[in-house]
Design a protein around this ligand. Structure first.
Ligand SMILES: NC(=O)c1ccc[n+]([C@@H]2O[C@H](COP(=O)([O-])OP(=O)(O)OC[C@H]3O[C@@H](n4cnc5c(N)ncnc54)[C@H](O)[C@@H]3O)[C@@H](O)[C@H]2O)c1
Length: 468
């Protein structure tokens, strides 16, 4: 009996010891399983989360780890929020400083008087408000100069397709001058006394680039200009072209010649566009009593003409300045006559002032073969370029020479600037532009080759490729 009781006591004691051992083991395991640490925001040290664990445990190991993870993420988020707020504050401070600096620059600009060419003072009665569409282009910008110097108020409207702000920048800020970025295919509502409508690409590569737009500019654009002239009773001068004569069968070309134009050739968008432009002008004159003037402009050259417009003057001068081969399309026996831009501008202003409403040729009747012309340019530029003939252009007119009897009789106008004088001015301009673009190229090369930029580009490359 006694030995049975002892045996039971021993079994209970052994069971109790086993339970204690199991509990100890469980506690040890829980402590080993939990890496309750979070990385510090300011460095690589870690912070251990000290936890008061209730006893006996109310959650299992997974639940506990999840909760601790959640708390870690939460504190990280708080830290990031704080950092973001600090950065936002810094950004605001920088913006305020920038605004202050901009204000200082503006007031400095306002207090520094700009130097303009001297303009004549005209009283209210004689001063006109003159709109020039395409006024930032080659011809337009020279017209702006003359009208500004005469003392008129000039408004330029341009979409900068081929024109440049640089052509008129010397007038920006002048009280008599305004520059409006506008496409003349859309209507325009302003009050003016006179309109010179020059907006249209003028060289083959430019007008062939988007033939539909060229036709729109010369039809819808002209309708908008004539509509404006009708509404405000302004006099309007349309810049037409010798291209309305096409490849002429009459030589030289008088205004009475109706022309020889291929209506579906590559040049038709421009030639026919200008012919419609003339037709529209006389329709508005007849039906709406708009006072119109039509100038048929022949080849014109001078400073500010486009360097890369693919036309004879610019091609030859650039090739000669770069000592490249001077390329002559066809056999070089086709003729052209070139007028200097200041002569054209005089003619346009005289035509506007006149009472003559029929088309008037404005061009230089001094005729040259293209080959002769290339030789003159080669001589004036110097260098060692050679002449070479290449394939003739499609629909390239063979002869071009204006009959300027009308301009002489009605406007008392004829070109004054000799070819060589005009060419020297133009060559000087092109030389300057080339040096300018070389300088620009050089400075951008310097920039791209600078060690600082290379370093920062290298850094960016490492960032994007994730390299070390
Ligand atoms: N330069 C010549 O030898 C010559 C010969 C005959 C006729 N013309 C005529 O004289 C005018 C001026 O010629 P340019 O040599 O000064 O050409 P250009 O290309 O230098 O100037 C034309 C101007 O019109 C602007 N323009 C074009 N489309 C426009 C649009 N839809 N809306 C507003 N602006 C627009 C251009 O941005 C540019 O400033 C043109 O109408 C051209 O047809 C010129």
């Amino acid at each position: 009996m006694m030995s049975g009781t002892k045996k039971r006591i021993k079994i209970v004691a052994a069971f109790a010891m086993l339970m204690v051992a199991l509990l100890y083991l469980y506690k040890t395991l829980v402590t080993v399983n939990e890496p309750a640490v979070i990385p510090s925001r300011f460095g690589s040290s870690v912070v251990r989360i000290e936890e008061q664990r209730p006893w006996p445990p109310t959650e299992n190991v997974d639940q506990r780890n999840l909760r601790i993870n959640f708390e870690m993420q939460n504190s990280l988020l708080q830290a990031q929020r704080l950092e973001l707020q600090t950065q936002q504050l810094e950004l605001q401070r920088t913006k305020d400083q920038l605004a202050k600096l901009e204000e200082q620059v503006r007031s400095l600009q306002a207090s520094t008087p700009r130097k303009y060419l001297k303009v004549k003072y005209l009283n209210y009665k004689n001063r006109k408000r003159i709109l020039i569409t395409g006024g930032a282009g080659f011809v337009g910008s020279h017209l702006v100069d003359d009208l500004m110097i005469q003392g008129h108020e000039v408004i330029v409207v341009d979409n900068f397709f081929t024109g440049r702000k640089r052509n008129v920048e010397h007038w920006l800020g002048h009280e008599n001058f305004e520059l409006i970025h506008h496409d003349i295919v859309n209507p325009l509502f302003i009050e003016v006394d006179e309109i010179y409508h020059l907006a249209s690409p003028a060289s083959p590569p430019h007008y062939m680039y988007n033939p539909v737009k060229t036709i729109k500019t010369n039809t819808m654009g002209t309708i908008n200009v004539l509509g404006l002239a009708k509404r405000v009773m302004a006099k309007v001068l349309i810049a037409s072209t010798s291209e309305v004569y096409g490849d002429p069968t009459v030589h030289p070309q008088p205004e009475t010649y109706w022309g020889h134009v291929n209506p579906i050739g590559p040049r038709a968008c421009y030639d026919e566009g200008k012919r419609v432009s003339e037709t529209l002008s006389y329709a508005y004159a007849k039906q709406e009593k708009v006072q119109v003037r039509v100038a048929r402009i022949f080849n014109t050259y001078g400073p500010r003409m486009h360097m890369n417009d693919g036309r004879v003057v610019s091609n030859f001068i650039l090739q000669a300045l770069r000592n490249e081969t001077i390329t002559v399309y066809g056999n070089g026996q086709q003729t052209r006559s070139f007028q200097y831009v200041s002569d054209l501008v005089d003619g346009l202003i005289s035509l506007m002032a006149s009472n003559y409403s029929q088309p008037v040729n404005l061009g230089n009747p001094q005729e040259q073969t293209i080959e002769e012309f290339a030789k003159i340019i080669k001589r004036l530029v110097g260098g060692h370029s050679k002449l070479q003939q290449t394939k003739a252009m499609e629909d390239d007119p063979q002869r071009r020479k204006p009959d300027i009897t009308r301009a002489k009789n009605w406007l008392n106008w004829e070109p004054k600037v000799p070819l060589e004088t005009g060419l020297q001015q133009t060559i000087a301009y092109f030389r300057n532009e080339l040096m300018r673009s070389d300088r620009y190229q050089e400075s951008s090369n310097k920039y791209f080759e600078s060690p600082d930029l290379q370093r920062s580009l290298g850094r960016q490359l490492l960032d994007t490729t994730g390299g070390a």
